[in-house]
Design a protein around this ligand. Sequence first.
Ligand code: SER
Length: 604
Amino acid sequence: MQYTSTEIRQKYLDFFASKNHAIIPSAPVVPENDPTVLFNTAGMQPLVPYLLGEKHPSGTRLADSQKCIRTWDIEEVGDNSHLTFFEMLGNWSLWDYFKHESLAYSYEFLTGKDNLNLDPKKIAVTVFEGDEDAPRDEESAKIWEEIWMPKERISYLPASENWWAAGPTGPCGPDSEIFYWVGESEFPPAGSNVENDEDNWMEIWNNVFMEYNRLEDGSLEKLPNQNVDTGMGLERIVATLNGEKTVYNTDIFDYIITKIEEVLGVNYEGNETCIRIIADHARTATVMISDGVAPSNVDQGYVLRKLMRIAIRQAHKLGFKGLFLSEVANVIIEKLWAAYPHMIEQKIEILSEITREETQFVETLEKWLKEFDKLVKWFEIAFERTGKKVDTIAGNKAFKLYDTFGFPLEMTVELAEERGLQVDVEGFKQAEKKHQELSRKWAEQKFKGGLADASQATTELHTATHLLLAWLRQVLGDHVFQKGSNITAERLRFDFSHDEKVSREDLDKVEEFVNHAIQAGMSVSMEEVPKQTAIDRGVVGSFWEKYPDIVKVYTMKSDSEVFSVELCGGPHVEKSEGMGRFKIKKEEASSRGVRRIKAVLIKD
Ligand code: SER
């Protein structure tokens, strides 16, 4: 039997709907109002506030298919399994059911006749063996035994395997992972389990029992509530269930590969790695753009640009010169929009963004090749003048070409070889390592700010962001919508739709209005209403389709004036008292049709 991603995604959501779970839409890949990470890297990330105790408007049982992006293994893409974009199926209990129902649901979904109908004999599980943080999870093992699982298929493993946390701080807990038999024989031999036969079992599902919160000092506190966070990577389960060694041989990628073969005029066979890289990167880029990312030289935009450049370069390597990415993106949208409807609405914008960036880069690429030629010429001149043969391109130079233009090392080596030169590969690796260490430090630093960091300063800046949007709309017009928001403890950064530079005069007006609201003894209240009611009332919001049926609306007003009514997940201050003085520090272009404001709250 062949399993498709569309079918498995739908079956999963239907199953949990039948168990009284509200199906919530995927959050965008870029976390909203969370400056600590560039992308959602796990299904639980957008739900952190709720795992920590905030009430979710859709209830205490949720299920979703969350779009996730992880780029830390980007160099591995092209092998059988690594991807930069994936979909995470998840079901959530927020202070509702715990271990028993969670494991029983998983088992029922995997083995139920109307569900995935897997043979229980091909399933094994792991549970947490216990350490100084939390006890040995005999409870889960017992539940597994009661459900069906023979003792020999249950392995107790340490925290490195069976403890899940999204970052150094925040909600976390022991987990129980479910594995499927992928060995040569049809069934696992007696006694085989994950601990003693690791390579023949593939992890397909993770049930995390989140009842702890890791604090800044590394200690654990018990959460007031017991939550469940489960995650099943869609791409992996589809490949595993079909007995495929690679995700590229599934309906998730086969049509993309066919399209690439067609537009580039090449065969997949013999060019697997290049074509897989193009397929993966094109899929990720398409999803990113559909969630509002535009190519740029910083943050998410930088990652997007890099992925696109690598894909284009791979096509060049296959001898293709011209534009092709938007044709590939087109079929990706056609496939994904059933699960993520906003993609089809934005199709034209997505495709033109891709073409614009691609056109620009192809020109750059040509310039770059000229640069390379110049470098070579310089070597020749040096030789003529000094009689000393310089025939090695320095490692840091090669790394710069890679990092700035997205040129893989092997391309520099190839081009060099064509001209009888060498590249200092060791030096390149050293430069790369140094760069990776720096960016890891930077990422950790960003994370440390705390995924769950709802400090007073960021909360105040978030409230100020609402006032800013309200007054930008007053001063500039109703075409102004939020395009992005990023808040640190020091400043807010706000991207909004507007075509031209905002004059200092208008900025002054906005500043004055925001300060007026802050000084007017403003209070903030929250109301949960059906989405349609909010739309009918003219509440300001972007990406409506990404919100659940019941939405939170935040109103900011004084006794006599309403300043802002906006769709939002929170958190906000209750009163404007103590927010300080609002000051716009900078206004600049962010991407085409989008302006960016940086502003601070000054405490006099
Ligand atoms: N947070 C867990 C994971 O990503 C389960 O969803 O694996």
